[in-house]
Design a protein around this ligand. Structure first.
Ligand code: DC
Length: 225
């Protein structure tokens, strides 16, 4: 079987990770969550009490960081210096840190090899912001998954409340808008669809409909590979 790489990019809260995970299970590919890697660096920086805007401080601590993904019974675990941080990186505070560190070129190149090596080894569904544009420009399938900011905030708010986190809808919406701005306006690897990406807007689709639509795109794009 030929190795296939699928790039899924898009803004926060579009459903990338949920859908990429489901599609990876369906196709038998490895799911790679690159946002989790930026979040792990964000967590490390936060724990070291380095300010999110202290660029030199952040670059200076990269040498002490080892990020890795482990797959235990098919589930991805994010390891930061050997510690499983899969849950600890999913807070609003760490989201902000992740967005800040991801704008630093040295942080992006720190993660680039790790991401490309994973895709070179196996068929992957990799989600992020620059997978189709920078990391895997030759990916067989590129999908840009998006939805309106209000819809995305609504979904993220429900998710966080279910996890017991104390957040307001307005706070979550503001965080999403701020991250959209940071992620799309940064000079390096900004959030934008690759020229050959298929745009999938999930504003009016539920999870099942989004899954079916993406599966159809993947099947069509890989039919002759
Ligand atoms: O997908 P996420 O919300 O877990 O990503 C966290 C942050 O990392 C987000 O603000 C953008 C950044 N990121 C990035 O710049 N490039 C990627 N490939 C993935 C995430």
């Amino acid at each position: 079987m030929k190795k296939i790489n699928i790039a899924i990019d898009g803004p926060s809260g579009a459903g990338k990770s949920t859908l990429a995970k489901q599609l990876a299970a369906d196709f038998g590919y490895i799911y790679v969550d690159t946002g989790a890697m930026y979040r792990s660096i964000g967590l490390y920086v936060c724990r070291k009490n380095i300010a999110a805007d202290d660029k030199a401080g952040i670059i200076g601590c990269l040498d002490g960081i080892e990020v890795d993904l482990k797959y235990i019974e098919g589930t991805q675990h994010v390891m930061l210096n050997g510690e499983d941080v899969s849950d600890k990186i999913r807070t609003e505070e760490i989201s902000k840190y992740a967005s800040a560190v991801s704008a630093i070129p040295e942080v992006r190149s720190f993660l680039l090899d790790l991401q490309r090596n994973l895709a070179a080894r196996s068929s992957v569904i990799m989600d992020g912001r620059d997978i189709g544009t920078v990391i895997l420009p030759d990916a067989e399938v590129k999908i840009f998954l998006t939805a309106s900011d209000c819809k995305r905030a609504e979904r993220r708010y429900k998710e966080l409340i279910e996890k017991g986190q104390k957040v307001t809808f307005e706070g979550v919406l503001e965080n999403i808008r701020q991250r959209d701005k940071n992620d799309s306006e940064r000079a390096l690897a900004p959030l934008k669809p690759a020229d050959d990406a298929v745009i999938v807007d999930t504003s009016d689709l539920d999870l099942r409909q989004s899954f079916e639509l993406m599966k159809k795109v993947i099947m069509e794009k890989t039919a002759n590979v």
